[in-house]
Write a new protein. Structure first.
Length: 193
């Protein structure tokens, strides 16, 4: 087995972002949403606001106690500790670099000493940074991801994507996209590469 480089998304792959966002939004904006209501990656649809307003609310969440209390996705901690034995692991997040501090605090608390790097591709609320470019520059063998647009873009440049099943990516399929439902499934797949 060779020492491969693996890219891992942060939100909703390593930490349970959507439940936290939901709790934040219900508390701050008086909504009563459940996870079953989250069907799209575009939160402005769920929140009934403009994309700019959704971006502002997201920014507020990053600095809230809800964000500080984000918890790891089930099985993620054990999985990355195991993978780190034979992979070089990199977090590749669409978060903007100005969130490096609040993000690194969570990485340090929940995933200490397992990641070789944290890369901020730079989502700015209006457009998406290119995870495909980041994956190519880093030379990752595979990306673990849940977002439809990033999965498609990375798969399109020939890098396989393990797509973590979520209500917002149910219709995502294609060459180089392998759907997984658990971290155990993801580890199993990577181990066989
Ligand atoms: Mg994500």
């Amino acid at each position: 087995m060779f020492f491969m480089r693996v890219g891992i998304d942060f939100d909703d792959v390593l930490v349970d972002t959507n439940p936290s966002l939901l709790g934040f939004h219900n508390e701050q904006f008086g909504t009563a949403h459940w996870m079953e209501d989250v069907q799209s990656f575009d939160l402005s649809r769920l929140w009934g606001c403009t994309p700019d307003e959704a971006h502002e609310r997201l920014e507020a969440w990053y600095y809230s106690s809800h964000h500080a209390n984000l918890v790891p996705v089930f099985g993620a901690q054990e999985a990355v500790m195991h993978l780190a034995n034979f992979c070089e692991l990199h977090i590749i997040t669409a978060r903007h670099a100005h969130l490096a501090e609040v993000t690194s605090a969570l990485v340090g608390r929940h995933f200490p000493d397992v990641f070789a790097g944290v890369h901020f591709v730079g989502y700015n609320g209006r457009g998406h940074g290119s995870k495909a470019r980041a994956c190519q520059e880093l030379g990752v063998t595979i990306l673990l991801e849940d977002a439809p647009h990033h999965a498609h873009a990375v798969a399109a440049v020939g890098i396989p994507v393990l797509l973590f099943d979520a209500p917002w990516n149910g219709d995502v399929a294609g060459d180089n996209i392998i759907r997984v439902h658990t971290w155990a499934e993801a580890v199993d797949h990577i181990t066989r590469l």
